[in-house]
Design a protein around this ligand. Structure first.
Ligand SMILES: [Zn+2]
Length: 75
């Protein structure tokens, strides 16, 4: 499915209401790591309504800075 932030076809459902009521579902994008629930406001889950400054292009993703890894815990 299409990610609402980067618009790539790299999103998928990864959780749903545990009582199987269908009350909510949650999705995550494997490209930009954005996650969202289907119950959020329309201006969060509809790409055309989202604030453009919150969108990510593939170029933006390619140029993201690398996070410094957390070192192992001291013993
Ligand atoms: Zn994405």
């Amino acid at each position: 499915m299409k990610c609402v932030r980067c618009l790539n076809d790299t999103a998928a459902k990864f959780a749903e209401a545990p009582d199987k009521s269908g009350a909510w579902e949650m999705y995550i994008c494997s490209k930009c790591n954005f996650s969202w629930r289907n119950t959020e406001e329309e201006d969060v889950i509809t790409p055309e309504l989202r604030e453009p400054k919150f969108q990510l292009t593939n170029e933006d993703i390619a140029n993201l800075q690398i996070l410094v890894p957390v070192p192992p815990l001291r013993k």
